[in-house]
Design a protein around this ligand. Structure first.
Ligand code: LLP
Length: 416
């Protein structure tokens, strides 16, 4: 799944870097990302068009400053969901006017911050949020650029935990109430209406739900323009899936091209925006973890590794299937293992019933770990979150050092 991952003399390489060797130097658990893979994922979204197309990288997928800086240099916009994510994007060199702010629970402090910085637009998720943004903007003597996130009620056909565009989800404004919400927004002097957006779910492997949702929007956009409300952009959200195992997701360029074709057919000349996270970073990264013990039991063989669910939670949380390979290819017979971590929870596993030729001391690579892995890491069990590296050809950059022990309690105080 990663274009820059390959075997060379039985050693797993990311670009020109030997992963087993790099794990010995930098320790495990360890995230390693490939700059060339990031570049090819970014390039896949670039399609020549008759209008501006803004690719807003969804910061939540991987928010390391080096990754954000890479995308900022490509000219990316950024989709953010908190003051912390906006601040990270700014710290990485993204101009505020390329930042959009999504999320159902924006606080007054966050709205103030985003307005003061001068972001591109707020993706608003409820009518009460419109009123709140209007009040803050009026108090600051500003006008807030807004887009309404519509819940189009389409089934994204993905895992229920990452599906967001159904009417029972908490996200967005019901499409049947959208016109009234826009009319309300138009009466609020602290707001300037600039767009419309939706995001229906993540890890989508078909274009159909995207295009169904887009069609739902078209009727609404016509009604709005009849009512004198014109929009400058349409934002189709993120959600494009990647291959973890045998999925065959549509290419980014086919999504962009079909969305453009739909807009042209409808006679719309709006700028187009997308908010991809996973498809830009998932397959650019691996997590490396050393096998501490091989533990055969009467029922199962366990390979106990030094990474835990706190370091990479997707299998524990979504039963996600992630590919696991040995960084050194052994020619011995394979055995069937469950690959599990040291955390005191039965959900602390990475893979079940995998055939591997492995010995204690080997370094395993969990593939497609560039998205929603490090950003979801925690210090549960008082474990130190991993270090992160970015490789570029044969150069290795440390882009995050491992948590030090004292940082685990640095914000805590014992009352006297
Ligand atoms: N825009 C909005 C408003 C979102 O909520 C999301 C993701 C994205 C864009 C980016 O979606 P992507 O292109 O990455 O699919 N932790 C889960 C995924 C949660 C996605 C949440 N929203 C996982 O590990 O699978």
């Amino acid at each position: 799944p990663n274009p820059t991952l390959h075997l060379e003399n039985n050693a797993l390489m990311l670009e020109n870097v030997d992963l087993n060797a790099v794990a010995r130097v930098h320790g495990t658990p360890l995230y390693v990302y490939s700059k060339a893979a990031l570049q090819s994922a970014w390039d896949a979204w670039q399609v020549p068009a008759d209008r501006p197309i803004h690719i807003c990288y969804a910061v939540k997928a991987n928010s390391n400053l080096a990754i954000l800086s890479f995308f900022a240099k490509q000219g990316a916009f950024f989709d953010t969901v908190s003051m912390g994510e906006i601040s990270r994007a700014l710290a990485a060199g993204a101009p505020a006017h390329r930042i959009v702010f999504s999320g159902v629970g924006k606080s007054v402090a966050e709205i103030e911050f985003a307005l003061t910085e001068g972001i591109h637009c707020f993706n608003v998720e409820s009518i009460t949020e419109l009123d709140r943004i209007h009040a803050v903007a009026t108090r600051l003597g500003k006008q807030a650029p807004i887009s309404l996130r519509i819940n189009p009620d389409v089934d994204a056909k993905t895992h229920p935990y990452i599906s967001t565009g159904l009417k029972e989800n908490k996200f967005g404004i019901d499409h049947t109430e959208a016109l009234a919400a826009y009319m309300h927004a138009a009466t609020l002097s602290g707001l300037s209406i600039v767009g419309i957006d939706y995001h229906i779910g993540s890890q989508l492997t078909s274009l159909t739900p995207y295009l169904d949702a887009q069609n739902r929007l078209f009727g609404l956009i016509k009604q709005l323009s009849d009512a004198g409300i014109t929009l400058t952009h349409i934002d189709l959200g993120g959600g494009l899936g990647v291959r973890y195992r045998d999925e065959v997701p549509p290419t980014a360029s086919s999504l962009v091209e079909q969305a453009l074709a739909g807009l042209r057919e409808a006679g719309f000349n709006h700028a187009l925006m997308f908010e991809p996270g996973r498809s830009l970073v998932a397959n650019a990264g691996v997590m490396l973890t050393e096998v501490e013990y091989i533990k055969p039991t009467q029922h199962k063989n366990f390979a106990i590794v030094d990474a835990g669910m706190n370091d990479l939670i997707r299998p524990a949380l979504y039963q996600a299937w992630m590919q696991v390979v040995n960084t050194v290819e052994r020619d011995t017979a394979t055995t069937t293992y469950d690959i599990v971590g040291p955390v005191c929870e039965s959900t602390d596993w990475f893979a079940k019933d995998r055939d591997l030729a492995v010995e204690a001391g080997d370094v395993l690579a969990i593939l497609s770990a560039g998205a929603y892995c490090m950003t979801m890491a925690s210090n549960y069990n008082s474990r130190q979150r991993p270090a992160e590296l970015l490789v570029d050809g044969d150069t290795v950059h440390v882009i995050r050092t491992r948590d030090v022990l004292a940082s685990l309690w640095e914000n805590e105080h014992i009352p006297v």
